[in-house]
Every structure is written in structure tokens, then in C-alpha cells.
Design a protein around this ligand. Structure first.
Ligand SMILES: [Zn+2]
Length: 247
């Protein structure tokens, strides 16, 4: 149970009828796997650590680069050249020493055995990768393991978020994006990205994760598309495809 110190720490969150003491306790006992520790993953991780998610597992193979610092605000100049998972773990534990953070230096979707181990006791998976093949790998492994996940993507001044349930009754990522072709090259490296746009999408993923972990149901299978140039949000409801072998 939450002691007085934790009650004070999370008081503004516990005050919300949507969270309450019961939801906070569920958040404290929750485990989340965050795949990718760049712009999305680092921001989602900060929100979840701050909110008191009991166990976070971070996966990323890259090191911090100077060109990350304009948007990946969890990192400091002194983190440049350090593995992102280690630098992020240090920041998260400095923010909240009550939680457990595990850092995995490597890629998700390369070794099925390793993926299964990483998914282990996760209650939810956050996609914070930057390519279609990684998202399809997350879709496949979370479907097999029966885990819900939240995809997120951001480039230029646009972003997308969608959540998929444990059952995939609403359809799946493959129904929404059948192609695994990465060649169109929509990534930050060659398209550019504005920091706050990543922040919007990461905040949205973290918000959905916290509501789910505290016991709320999410609107599964709805792709939310954010366009900062028009300050506009569009919604597309995913339709399960009959020909999709995944659903
Ligand atoms: Zn499908």
C-alpha cells in the first residue's frame, strides 16, 4: 500500500476521480516496456516515471548524439556518446528513486527469444521506434503474447497515435498499415522534426498508458492524426481487414 510519503508525492494525481487511490496502486504495480528511447520514448518514460509506474524496461541500441538534444529533453550535453538506455535510466531514477528501471542495450524485433523475455511481465508496450518494420515486429510479438500496445510516430510537423488492445478485436496495426516498406523514408533523420510535436505525441501515449494502467478502458483501434501546421486532429477508425491473417 501507499505510505504517507507516496500519498503526498502522487497527491495531485490521486485527487483525480479517474485515478484515485485504487488507480495509483495499480500504476505502482504496473510494468511497461518502452521500445525506443529517442524523442518519443524518452518523453514517455519521463511521464511514466514521474507518475510512479513501478517498473519500466527500456530498449534501444543507440547512443545520444548532439542532434538529439533539441527534442530529447531527458538527455544532457554530458550524455552525448553514452548509450541512450543508460543515460535515460539514470535520469528516470534521479526523478523517481521509488521505481525500478531496466535498461536493455539492443534492438527489439531481431531475436524472438529476447523479445519474449523483454515482454515478460509487461502490462503494456509503448512503441517509440522510428520505422515500420519495428512496429510490425511489436504488433506480431504483442499479439502472440496477448499484450496491449500504443504506437506513436512523429515527423516534421505531424504525428500519429493509436492503441491496440490485448484481443485485437478492433483490428491490428497490420490492418491499418499492411506494408512493411520503410523505403519512403519518413524519419527524423531525413525529414526533420520539431521538438514539441514529438512532445505532443509522447504526452498522448503516456496519458493513454496511465489511464489504461489505472483501470480505464481505452478507445482501441482509433488512429489519431495530429497536424501542427493547422492545429488540427483527425481520427480514423481502424477497420479489421478480412484478408489480414493477424486479426
Ligand atoms: Zn489485422
Amino acid at each position: 500500500m501507499l505510505d504517507d510519503k507516496l500519498l503526498e508525492r502522487y497527491s495531485r494525481q490521486i485527487l483525480l476521480p479517474e485515478i484515485d487511490l485504487v488507480g495509483q496502486e495499480k500504476i505502482r504495480q504496473a510494468s511497461v516496456l518502452i521500445v525506443g528511447c529517442g524523442g518519443l520514448g524518452s518523453m514517455v518514460a519521463l511521464f511514466l516515471a514521474g507518475a510512479g509506474v513501478g517498473k519500466l524496461t527500456l530498449v534501444d541500441a543507440d547512443s545520444v548524439e548532439v542532434s538529439n538534444l533539441h527534442r530529447q529533453l531527458a538527455f544532457r550535453e554530458s550524455d552525448v556518446a553514452k548509450p541512450k538506455v543508460q543515460a535515460l535510466k539514470d535520469q528516470l531514477l534521479a526523478l523517481n528513486s521509488e521505481i525500478t528501471v531496466t535498461a536493455f542495450l539492443g534492438r527489439f524485433g531481431v531475436d524472438p527469444e529476447s523479445d519474449t523475455g523483454l515482454l515478460g511481465d509487461a502490462d503494456m508496450v509503448i512503441d517509440a521506434t522510428d520505422n515500420l518494420s519495428s512496429r510490425h515486429a511489436i504488433e506480431r510479438s504483442t499479439r502472440i503474447m496477448g499484450k496491449p500496445w500504443i504506437m506513436g510516430a512523429a515527423t516534421r510537423l505531424h504525428g500519429q497515435v493509436a492503441a491496440f488492445s490485448q484481443s485485437r478485436a478492433e483490428g491490428c496495426y497490420q490492418c491499418m498499415t499492411p506494408s512493411e516498406d520503410n523505403s519512403r523514408g519518413f524519419d527524423c533523420r531525413n525529414e526533420g522534426i520539431l521538438g514539441p510535436v514529438v512532445g505532443v505525441i509522447a504526452a498522448w501515449q503516456a496519458q493513454d498508458a496511465l489511464l489504461f494502467l489505472s483501470g480505464k478502458n481505452l478507445e482501441w483501434g482509433v488512429l489519431r492524426i495530429y497536424d501542427a501546421t493547422q492545429q488540427r486532429i483527425d481520427r480514423l477508425v481502424v477497420t479489421p481487414r478480412a484478408e489480414c491473417h493477424a486479426s
